[in-house]
Design a protein. Sequence first.
Length: 166
Amino acid sequence: MGATHFITLTAGCYPERHFDPDESFRPDLARIARRIGRELCDLPRRKDLTPNDLPAFMSFYEPTTRSGAAYPHVHGWISLKGNEEEHLRAILRTYWGQDDRPDITSPFLRRHPSSRRAPKAVCRNPAWEPTFDLQPIRSSGAVTYSAKGYATTGKTYDWGTILNIT
C-alpha cells in the first residue's frame, strides 16, 4: 500500500549548540514507534518490533526552519488504513505533543485533546514541546516538500533506522 498521509514531527526546541539527531531525537522517535506498534497495530508489549509490524513510513530529517533557525524536525509519509488516522492522531496527542490541527475532532478525539505538552510524553527532555502535523496526501507537492530535507542533510529515517534495526 502506498503512502496516504504526510506527517511532520518536531522536537519542539531551538538548540543553541550542536544537535545530533541520532543521539537526541531518534530515541524519542523510537519510543513513539513502539507506542504506535502497541496501540495502533495491537502488538504485544514485549514483542521486538520490526518495520513490517508497523505502517509503512519514510521521513527526512531537517535541522532548520525555512528561515535558517535551528529547529530539528522530520517530514515524511505514512500509510494508514480506514480510521487509523484518527487513532494515530490520538496516539500522537497523548504521547508526542501538540497537534498543529487541534480543530480536527470527533467523539473519539475529544478524549485526547491537543495540549502544549503531551500528558504521557515519550520525549524525555522536559524543556522541549514537540508538535506534529498529520494530513492526507492530496498532491505530489507534499512528497516534494518532505523530500527537500534529504537534499540538505541526506539523513532519512524509516522504522528500521529509528528502531536501530539494520
